[in-house]
Design a protein around this ligand. Structure first.
Ligand code: NDP
Ligand code: 8X3
Length: 254
């Protein structure tokens, strides 16, 4: 059996690009997400293009029982998981603190923080068993520096940063590497989700400069895991060249 990576949020963006990239490098892939049709389509694509095995798990990471049931349901031969990529996540809304929607806050904390904790706890026994496990957490530059209207999203990504640091400490005895990847703006479905289907608003986030792509992130994720076992990239902050930080991006006039 090849090495196995479990990627949450494999139906789009970073997760999908990583599934394709790791399959190209010879991994068998476990992909999760809520949109079954997309999981099935990606499974077919990977199996036909790369001839690698794919297992799909359809569930919502916010639902604790469903997370543990889904991970428990993985067939024994698939439980030899080498890499866990905690990627499923979202921003919901971009509003001033006093105007923000409480349901948006719940969704972001339940997905980006609690979902990530549940998945990690459920998968950890299998990673530990492999003796050389690797965890990639997808944080954000929003988890390094707060910006206006970022409030709960930033808080959720600061939490991912803190969880990555504690995992590195608590799992030291298991020789598990933990990399917190903190990307800046990347063109995926992220903004479409954030702005609740408003395509014009979403597109405007990526106008006038060249943002990161999902393939850029996949390249970095694979690079980290391909280093020798004694080398661990703890933190990787990456922006496109036009972006200096969360509030300064050089854009050409539209
Ligand atoms: P996309 O919207 O393209 O992909 C998000 C993925 O997360 C989808 O596969 C979606 O699957 C999954 N997901 C969201 N909520 C849930 C849930 N409750 N249960 C299960 N799966 C879920 O966005 P990106 O690829 O850009 O985002 C991936 C990660 O990268 C996120 O954590 C995001 O915060 C982070 N990030 C994104 C940046 C960007 O600019 N794009 C920059 C920095 C970080 P489905 O809907 O099928 O459930
Ligand atoms: C996504 C990047 O800057 O929109 O995490 O928060 S940003």
């Amino acid at each position: 059996m090849s090495k196995i990576i479990l990627i949450t949020g494999g139906t789009s963006g970073f997760g999908k690009a990583c599934a394709l990239r790791f399959a190209k490098e010879g991994y068998d892939i476990i992909i999760t997400g809520r949109r079954k049709e997309r999981l099935d389509d990606l499974q077919k694509e990977i199996e036909s293009v790369y001839s690698k095995k794919v297992l799909t798990l359809c569930f919502d990471v916010q639902k604790r029982k469903d997370v543990f049931a889904a991970i428990e349901s993985i067939p024994a031969e698939w439980k030899k998981i080498n890499v866990l990529m905690n990627n499923a996540g979202l921003a919901a809304g971009r509003d001033l603190f006093d105007e923000a929607d409480l349901d948006d806050w719940d969704t972001m904390i339940d997905t980006n923080v609690k979902g990530l904790l549940y998945i990690t706890k459920a998968v950890l026994p299998y990673l530990i068993e492999q003796g050389n496990g690797y965890i990639i957490n997808i944080g954000s530059i929003a988890g390094k520096e707060v910006y206006e209207r970022g409030n709960a999203y930033c808080a959720s990504k600061f939490a991912v940063d803190a969880i990555s640091k504690s995992l590195r400490i608590d799992l030291l005895r298991h020789k598990i590497r933990v990399t917190n990847i903190s990307p800046g703006a990347a063109e995926t479905e992220f903004s479409l989700v954030r702005f609740k289907g408003d395509e014009a608003k979403a597109d405007s986030m990526y106008k006038g400069y060249k943002p990161l792509t999902a393939d850029d992130i996949a390249e970095l994720c694979y690079y980290c895991t391909s280093l020798p076992p004694h080398v661990c990239i703890n933190e990787l902050e990456v922006t496109c060249t036009a972006q200096a930080n969360t509030y300064l991006t050089l854009k050409s006039p539209q």
